[in-house]
Design a protein around this ligand. Structure first.
Ligand code: TRP
Length: 385
């Protein structure tokens, strides 16, 4: 176990099946490296997973699968507290309390919420624009009774704005409160353990900033309680891009499985996917993210999987072809992933031990969380039980 003086780090992953090398490089690998330095809490965010419609059986399988993957990648239950979010009821308890001090506007402006709820146009806030247009229309009528054209044009603008607002209202009605309150639960996940650091992917920075804001609000209102943790973002590899489209993030929900290399992909699959991965024009193997996004992405993947700095790779492949580079990259992936896959297989055959790890982890997490909740309940004024 970690010593008492170690700093604390917390992170969660939303298990949605088929974890890929983007997850490995951007998150899991970092967790494994951090577990000697920090006292770590790592959990599978199953309560976050249900903010979008889920298949219950699949959710169970994916939750367990994420744990197998984490353990196979080297997360060590002796060093890190590994657990399932929903096994520690304090997450929802603190989440609720944080909801009561969170302005609705802060939740509504979250990028992930707007994306998922499909209300990214901000058109509800176009009401002012609508009023301006209406005024312009009447002025136009007053001024130039004859100019039908001008009035018609304004009317088209009004109709467009109105239909955008209508669409947004409809989507808003369909959206769930769970999706909206995703960030308060995440803030609770973090603040419960009073961490110094939260290793997250770049896309979660806004949520972390939100957690810091809620911590400040709580402290201001009820007295110093929570630390404001800092984000730990990996400089390189925080964002691995799709193999078939290096402009977009690698994603398990991509339309084609050629977009990603799954941690459990077979050797043949890995070789095939690397072979057909998109490359850039020219033939130099150089890290130029702007002009050579595809090759730069492959360089980062290579660098991270083989632990060779990018400049070293550039030197090694100076004057070599894309094909040679790709063939070696596929080798490096196979070498890095096969021990993980062997360990994964062994773990799935020993699910009893894994469940025991999770029970242990939940026990430890609940102990830590109970301490925080004791203080929080008192500060908020909830009667002791
Ligand atoms: N929202 C995170 C993601 O999608 C997962 C997550 C949930 C998380 N709770 C967290 C990450 C707390 C860090 C800390 O990746």
């Amino acid at each position: 176990m970690a010593g008492p003086n170690k700093q604390i780090a917390v992170s969660g992953i939303q298990a949605s099946g088929n974890l890929h090398i983007g997850n490995y490089i951007g998150a899991i690998k970092q967790f494994v490296e951090l577990q000697d330095k920090y006292k770590m809490f790592v959990f599978v965010a199953d309560l976050h997973a249900i903010t979008v419609p889920q298949d219950p059986e699949k959710l169970q399988a994916q939750t367990l699968d994420a744990v197998y993957t984490y353990l196979a990648c080297g997360l060590d239950p002796e060093k890190t507290t590994i657990f399932i979010q929903s096994h520690v009821p304090q997450h929802t308890e603190l989440g609720w309390i944080l909801n009561t001090i969170t302005p609705l506007g802060e939740l509504e402006r979250m990028t992930q919420f707007k994306d998922k709820a499909k209300i990214d146009k901000n058109s509800l806030f176009d009401l002012e624009q609508l009023i301006r247009l209406e005024n312009a229309k009447y002025k136009a009528i007053e001024r130039s009774e004859g100019s039908i054209k001008e009035i018609k044009e304004i009317k088209i603008d009004i109709t467009t704005t109105l239909s955008e607002i209508l669409e947004e209202l409809k989507n808003r009605g369909r959206t769930t409160a769970g999706l909206l309150n995703y960030p308060t639960l995440m803030a609770a996940d973090i603040l419960l353990y009073n961490p110094d650091a939260v290793p997250v992917g770049e896309d979660q920075l806004q949520h972390l900033e939100f957690a810091r804001m809620v911590a400040r609000k709580f402290n201001t209102r009820f007295g110093e309680t929570f630390k404001e943790p800092k984000a730990l973002i990996q400089k390189e590899g925080a964002r691995i891009m799709g193999l078939d489209d290096p402009i977009k993030k690698m994603s398990k929900s991509a339309t084609s499985a050629n977009n990603y290399i799954g941690i459990l992909d077979s050797e043949e699959e890995i070789r095939r996917k690397i072979k057909i991965a998109v490359t850039d024009s020219g033939k130099e193997i150089k890290f130029y993210p702007k002009t050579k996004p595809a090759i730069s992405n492959l360089l980062i993947i290579f660098s991270q999987m083989a632990d060779i700095p990018v400049p070293g790779l550039e030197k090694k492949y100076a004057g070599k072809t894309y094909a040679e580079f790709k063939s070696d990259l596929a080798d490096a992936l196979v070498v890095a992933l096969s021990p993980i896959q062997i360990k994964y297989k062994a773990l799935t055959k020993d699910s009893e031990s894994v469940l025991k790890i999770l029970r242990n982890g939940a026990d430890r997490a609940r102990d830590a969380a109970a301490l925080t909740m004791h203080a929080v309940r008192q500060k908020v004024g909830l009667l002791a039980h």
